[in-house]
Design a protein around this ligand. Structure first.
Ligand code: NAP
Length: 295
């Protein structure tokens, strides 16, 4: 087995993503010699201890990062600024700090300036997830065959970037290096807008008259049911994502609204050709995803 990449990995936040990394690190043994877990509440850390998915738990983030050669932020992105401030003075010289947050420009804005000289900051985003959260929801194969996007700011130490890339390869991911603004636009359309639509459609259904609402639940067909799965995601995590990718999300929403209105117009005027063309494009996208093994 190859040497572990790091002596000590500190996971700040240990929900779906953090606990999946922890499980993989413990199972593989080739990522870190020691895994330390931090969370906001003692209850989560007690659960982590019960599950046996970290070598050590620490409620104080400063104590969690002390002596760690790799620190991974796995909390909601809205908590990053405060966390970075709390851990910055305690980071070991030469340590690599990385993250898994779903937005990248905001993370670079909130965390970057607080990092001490000699600490390497490599922002990242594993493109894998489910609608579940908390330490029970993580699993060993979450990142297998999924992309992990790294968005190192210019001048980032190349060895540090390569070590984080290797960490994700050892979790089963493929790596792509991306410019942070481009990342935020891409994820706005492939992830953030679909979640916004799911939350909205469930809200719309919930606002219906009592009788219709009950029928929605009783007869929930595949379309609505699929939206409810996405809408079951963690409220704090998604609130933070929307507020920290505001511009890109609003841009995609504006484009979508125009297209939805065009579709509505085609329905109103009986433009079957337009409707059929859009549906064909949807089917083609689905087929491509299946071919790319990302469905
Ligand atoms: P999660 O399951 O809700 O877990 C969040 C973890 O962060 C919990 O351990 C929580 O502790 C901790 N936390 C919350 N606020 C904190 C604070 N102020 N200080 C320290 N820890 C704090 O979330 P997740 O789904 O793993 O998401 C974590 C990150 O991954 C987010 O930034 C998200 O954008 C990103 N991400 C998520 C997905 C996805 O599909 N879920 C995919 C890719 C990336 P307590 O349990 O004690 O509250």
């Amino acid at each position: 087995m190859p040497e572990p990449l790091f002596k000590r990995l500190a996971l700040i936040g240990i929900g779906l993503i953090g606990s999946s990394v922890a499980r993989i690190a413990l199972a593989n043994g080739n990522i870190a010699g020691e895994v330390v877990a931090n969370a906001r509440t003692q209850a989560t850390l007690d659960r982590v201890t019960q599950l046996g998915i970290a070598h050590r738990v620490e409620l104080d983030p400063a104590r969690a990062v002390a002596g760690a050669d790799c620190v991974m932020l796995c909390a909601p992105v809205g908590a990053y600024a405060e966390l970075a401030e709390a851990i910055a003075p305690h980071l070991a010289p030469g340590a690599i700090i990385t993250d898994v947050g779903s937005t990248k420009q905001s993370v670079i804005r909130d965390v970057g300036p607080l990092m001490p000289d000699g600490v390497h900051f490599v922002p990242g985003h594993p493109m894998a997830g489910t609608e579940y959260s908390g330490p029970d929801s993580g699993f060993l194969t979450l990142f297998e065959g999924r992309w992990c996007l790294l968005t190192p700011p210019p001048g980032t130490d190349e060895d540090a970037v390569e070590k984080i890339a290797e960490l994700w390869r050892r979790c089963g991911s493929m790596i792509e290096i991306m410019e942070p603004a481009h990342h935020d636009k891409v994820v706005a359309i492939v992830s953030h807008l679909p979640h916004l639509l799911a939350f909205t459609i469930c809200g719309t259904a919930d606002d219906l008259e009592d009788e219709s609402r009950q029928q929605v639940l009783k007869f929930a067909a595949a379309g609505f049911r699929d939206f409810t799965r996405i809408a079951a995601s963690d409220p704090v995590m998604w609130r933070d994502v929307f507020l920290n990718n505001r511009e890109a999300l609003l841009e995609m929403l504006a484009r979508f609204t125009e297209d939805a209105q065009a579709m509505g117009r085609a329905v109103r005027w009986g433009d079957g050709e337009y409707i059929e063309d859009k549906i064909k494009r949807g089917r083609a996208i689905r087929r491509s995803l299946i071919e790319l093994k990302q469905a």
